[in-house]
Design a protein around this ligand. Sequence first.
Ligand code: ADP
Ligand code: MG
Length: 235
Amino acid sequence: MGLQRILVTNAKGGCGKTTITTNIASYYASRGKTVRLFDHDSQGSSLAWINRRTADMEPIIGVDASKNSDHRLTRSWQLRVPPETDVAIIDSPAGTDISELVALFQENDSVLIPVLPSPIDIHAAAHFIKALLTSGGVRRKMIRVAVVANRVRKNTLMYYSLERFLFSLNIPFISSLRDTQLYARAIELGIGVAEISDSRNKIDLQQWAPIVRWLDTPVTQEIIPVTPLFNSSQR
Ligand SMILES: Nc1ncnc2c1ncn2[C@@H]1O[C@H](COP(=O)(O)OP(=O)(O)O)[C@@H](O)[C@H]1O
Ligand SMILES: [Mg+2]
C-alpha cells in the first residue's frame, strides 16, 4: 500500500481532533509504520504530545504546519510528504475554512470528523458536514469521510440525539468513543489510549477497532457497516 493520508477535522474546537490524531499516530507507529504528523493548529498540541514521547517509543515525525509558524523553509516544502512516509496524519485547528480544507485534500484521503454529544456541537457539525459534502472537493478527489462520536456517556439523552443525528448523515458513522480520563492521561504520556497499562482501557480498544478497520479498508472495497456500541436498541 502507498502513502495513506488521514485528516482529522471539524469546525469546532474541543471535539477531540488532537485526541483522535494522536491515537491514530501512535497506533500506526506501534505497527512499525513511518508516521508523519502534520499539526496545522498553531496551538501545537499534537507536536507537544510528540515531544512528550520518550526515546524507547516508536518515533513519530512531527511537522509544524501552522500558518503562524516561523519556519525558515517555504510552506510548500514544509508540507511535502517524503516518499518514505507510510502514514501522514493531519490535525487541523478549530474554525478551518471549508475551501482551505478542500485545497488540502489529495486523492483518496480519509477524513475523520469527531462530534461531541452537545446541541452546539451537533449544530456546528451539521453545518460543517453539509458544507464539506456540497463543496465538490470530496467527490472530485475521491475522499472518504466518516464521523466518530466522542466523549460519549452511555444512556444519556444527549447521546441518543447525537446518534440519531450521525445516523441521518450520508456518511459512515464508524464508532463512539466514551468519555474517560484515560485519554487525557495518554496525551500527557505521549502515547495512545491503547498503550496505557491499565486494563480499564479494554473498552477503549474495542471502540477503536472499527476506526482502525475503516482506515485500513482499501478505498475500492466495500465498507463493513459497524454497529456503534451504544445503539438505540440498548435503550
Ligand atoms: N473521549 C474523551 N474522553 C475524555 N476526554 C476527552 C476525550 N476526547 C477529548 N477529550 C478531552 O477534551 C479536550 C479537547 O480535546 P482535543 O482533542 O484537544 O480537541 P480538539 O483538538 O478538537 O480541540 C481535551 O482536554 C481532551 O483531553
Ligand atoms: Mg486540537
